[in-house]
Design a protein around this ligand. Structure first.
Ligand code: ANZ
Length: 849
């Protein structure tokens, strides 16, 4: 038997690549000989206990195809793998299994690595990274100290998202609709002392620099919305009969003459100072009750607006009118100044509030037919009832008003961002310790760089606590207590960094992973950066991708990196879904427990019908596909090719076993083109005839080279690259002879997708070097254009007209063109066509009566 034996082939070539360090790279200029560089990056995985899921290899293969093609095109390619291994899941598993998270993490990484290695990716394994290794997190701490030095890290009492189920606080980006996005656990608002990073300082740069990135527009838009820029003005309002004043932020300063009241957020410190004696109890009760509501309940869910009057009045700086000051929780302390001017004439929420509490409504913008009574009037064009801006168009009026505010000192131009500072500490064990010591007098002391890393101490109990006291507070005094050389005593910071910290800079470490002196050398960094292609899921749009851009910009400003942005081109892969099987009671069955009868599905050996549906892969739906099983049954090459053949890379679609069978047949046909299965020798069809190829095959080859190259470049259309290779194999199978050069060129195209079988066949064709090192084939453009031919149209055997068409025009289209041909139309007018015979590329014959 000399048929395609993927098992031995894959093991053999993986061992050869590993032994020869085929994919190890260097940035040492002597070895480069002017080669351009290419940095291909995957979002590195979190090594969970569940192991790899077929979704991972799909996007890793896409990156690998590009990386391998770029290598063959002569690039020096950086392509690595690593593990993002701090964080909640390992810690929860540790608590559950009563095993140290470090042990669990090691176990999971070993398993992931074993699974990934079986797929034959072209990684430089000498650059593997693990965020939980002290050699790595030493530098995460070092970067944190840079942030601290630059005044971008601070401790503050802030309202936080406290998640009781997890025993930790969470960042805004991790919370949606009042729940932790990963687990759905409820989140409450609490005031806590926490580490914050001033990402807000970078809002404008983060926004502006998006324009130059080759990223999906939808993803850029998500970041823009999250950053949420709005331009307007701050206006100062004096509180009547006091020397107290407060500031509001408004995007509509041209409506200042329509202000009929002001509102302070319940937590605004001004409230306490201005509330009149008789209303103190009432206001305090309101403020208390507001504390217990989450921010979410205040905004999106605030169907019923509530508020209380403070008894105090403010003075409108434009017209000196006296207006009441209210407290209401529809105004958020965490946004802008925590105070607003109420313009019920032109803002929906203000209008609802004013209506409810009988506050006056004044119209100051006009130009719509909509009467003010029906809807808050928000789309006006011209100012009215507005003194010095009367009659002005609103944009001009806005400018004029801001000018006036600045001249009189009553306000100023203001750009406001929705992006708030990043809550950067967690009350968990399995994370990077902060390199920080708190001295007895409250001074914060950064740990000197030469004492890094601050290692995570061993503790007996790493469970989180319900009171938010971090597990590290239970560490031995030996770790916890610090005496400085000066004799001053202190205690270490016991919070840890969030899971996002390690992933903020791992791509930089790939450029210089073994450096003991610095996180990376500037030479290595400036050689490899920026990342030329980054592939990963869209779920990281406002988390990892925003955080990493922020750190990168800080590092840029520190002169530590050479590019403003880390990821030049970004691509989001679609999700791999799977069929699931469920009966009426909602019980799920494994695919092996059900069978198809006719069009319907039933539980095996029974009558019980089941519904089939395509869903996200998950343990609870019993539809997870483990790549190991696929590799065992079909081999890594089939797994790789199928993953990309499922559909365009950006599309989500179901994993189907039948698809694997199709790919398996395709690779077997490639095998048989070259190997005579009876003897194991090369096929007799192969000819060593340089310069000679059957014309059809020659053209097909060039078209295939062009098509496959372009499809790989597009990243999204790897699936059509594969169908083009399938078509080529059809033509090659039908050809009488197969020149070795032709099939070698084809193998080069196949190599990035199915590298093992390609190496094997390459060797069998007499090559002694690796196909991975071969050069990517070029094509002759003139051989790629479709040939134009003249097709005779006969009526009852006589030539009556000619069609000039592309040689590959299909039967159906030729028939339509014939029936629309002017000459033919005239000739058959009124007669009946009894038969149409079409020979594509040659002739059309109509039988007419
Ligand atoms: C007067 C006004 C009139 C407003 C009008 C809007 C329409 P964005 O675009 O999101 O920045 N606002 C300001 N601070 C707030 C806070 N802390 N909590 C709740 N609302 C706040 O929205 C800015 C607008 O939201 C501001 O402009 C302010 O209301 C309100 F016809 O001022 B406006």
């Amino acid at each position: 038997e000399h048929s395609y034996n993927f098992k031995s082939i894959e093991q053999k070539w993986q061992a050869i690549w590993e032994e020869r360090k085929t994919f190890w790279v260097t940035e040492n200029p002597e070895n480069l000989k002017g080669k351009p560089k290419y940095f291909a990056l995957d979002m590195f995985p979190y090594p969970s206990g569940a192991g790899l899921h077929v979704g991972h290899p799909k996007s890793y293969t896409a990156t690998d195809v590009i990386a391998r093609m770029r290598r063959m095109q002569g690039y020096n390619v950086l392509h690595c793998m690593g593990w993002d291994a701090f964080g909640l899941p390992a810690e929860r598993a540790a608590v559950r299994e009563n095993i140290h998270p470090a042990v669990i993490t090691k176990r999971n990484i070993d398993n992931f690595k074993h699974q990934v290695k079986r797929l034959g990716f072209a990684y430089d394994w000498g650059r593997e990274i693990n965020t939980t290794s002290p050699d790595y997190y030493k530098w995460t701490q070092w970067i944190f100290l840079k942030l601290y030095e630059k005044n971008l890290a601070y401790v503050a009492d802030v309202p936080v998202n406290w998640c009781p189920a997890l025993g930790t606080v969470l960042a805004n980006e991790e919370v949606k609709d009042g729940k932790y996005i990963e687990t759905g656990d409820a989140v409450e608002r609490q005031l806590m002392r926490q580490w914050m990073l001033k990402i807000s300082v970078y809002a404008e740069k983060l926004l502006r620099d998006l324009d130059e990135l080759d990223w999906p527009e939808s993803l850029k838009e998500m970041q823009r919305n999250w950053i949420g820029k709005s331009s307007g003005a701050e206006v100062d309002f004096a509180v009547e009969n006091t020397d107290i004043s407060f500031t509001v932020f408004t995007t509509r300063p041209e409506t200042l003459f329509g202000v009929t009241y002001c509102v302070l957020a319940p937590e605004n410190p001004v409230v306490e100072k201005i509330v009149v004696y008789e209303r103190k109890a009432l206001v305090q009760a309101y403020v208390e009750s507001a504390k217990n509501k989450t921010e979410l309940a205040q905004t999106e869910l605030a169907i019923v607006l509530t508020g209380v009057f403070t008894g105090a009045y403010a003075v409108n700086p434009c017209n000196n009118q006296v207006i009441p000051i209210w407290v209401a929780d529809y105004v958020l302390m965490s946004y802008a100044t925590g105070a607003i001017m109420g313009v019920p004439g032109h803002d929906e929420r203000d209008r609802e509030f004013a209506t409810k509490y009988n506050l006056p409504i004044v119209e100051v913008v006009s130009g719509s037919k909509e009467p003010i009574e029906e809807a808050a009037y928000t789309r006006g064009i011209f100012c009215i009832n507005s003194d010095f801006i009367n009659g002005m168009e609103i944009n001009a009026a806005k400018e004029k008003m801001i000018e006036w505010l600045e001249q009189t000192g009553k306000g100023r131009l203001k750009v406001q961002y929705n992006l708030r500072d990043w809550l950067f500490s967690r009350q968990r064990y399995w994370g990077e310790p902060f390199p920080i010591v708190h001295l007895e007098d409250g001074t914060i002391m950064p740990v000197p760089c030469d004492q890094l890393p601050v290692k995570l101490p061993q503790i007996d109990e790493y469970k989180p606590t319900s009171d938010g006291k971090p597990p590290l507070a239970r560490a031995e005094d030996e770790w916890l207590m610090v005496t400085l050389p000066s004799g001053r005593c202190g205690i270490r910071e016991t919070n840890t960094m969030p899971q996002w910290a390690g992933s903020c800079w791992y791509y930089l470490r790939y450029t210089d992973p073994k450096n003991n002196e610095r996180p990376w050398s500037l030479e290595a960094e400036s050689y490899w950066m920026p990342v030329d292609l980054y592939i990963g899921g869209a779920e990281h749009a406002v988390l990892h991708l925003l955080y990493a851009r922020f750190w990168h910009k800080v590092l840029y400003d520190c002169g530590l990196v050479s590019t403003k942005e880390p990821f030049q081109r970004l691509f989001n892969q679609g999700m791999v879904l799977a069929y699931s099987y469920r009966d009426d009671s909602g019980k799920y069955y494994y695919p092996t427990e059900v069978e198809e009868q006719g069009e319907e599905w039933f539980v095996k050996n029974g009558e019980r019908p089941v519904q089939t549906q395509i869903e996200k892969m998950s343990k609870s739906r019993l539809n997870v596909v483990n790549p190991d099983e696929i590799v065992d049954e079909y081999g890594a090459d089939v797994m790789r090719v199928y993953g990309l053949f499922m559909g365009s890379l950006s599309a989500s679609g179901p994993w189907q076993k039948s698809g694997l069978d199709g790919i398996s047949r395709f690779l077997k046909r490639v095998w048989r083109l070259i190997v005579d299965e009876a003897t194991g020798k090369n096929s007799r069809k192969l000819v060593d005839a340089p310069g000679y190829t059957e014309a059809d095959l020659q053209k097909k080859l060039h078209k295939t080279i062009k098509g496959v190259t372009e499809d790989i470049e597009s990243i999204d259309k790897m699936n059509t690259a594969i169908s083009k290779m399938m078509e080529f194999v059809n033509v090659a199978t039908n050809a009488k002879t197969l020149p070795i050069n032709t099939i070698k060129n084809f193998l080069k195209l196949l190599a990035p997708f199915a590298p093992h079988i390609s190496e094997e066949l390459w060797m069998r064709l007499g090559e002694s070097s690796l196909i991975a090192d071969a050069s990517w084939p070029g094509y002759n453009e003139s051989l790629c254009v479709d040939e134009v031919v003249n097709i005779a149209i006969q009526i009852n055997g006589k030539v009556r007209s000619l069609l000039r068409v592309n040689a590959e025009t299909k039967k159906e289209e030729l028939e339509i063109l014939t029936l629309n041909d002017e000459k033919i139309k005239k000739l058959i007018n009124g007669k009946t066509i009894t038969k149409v015979i079409v020979v594509p590329g040659k002739i059309v014959n109509l039988v007419v009566q």
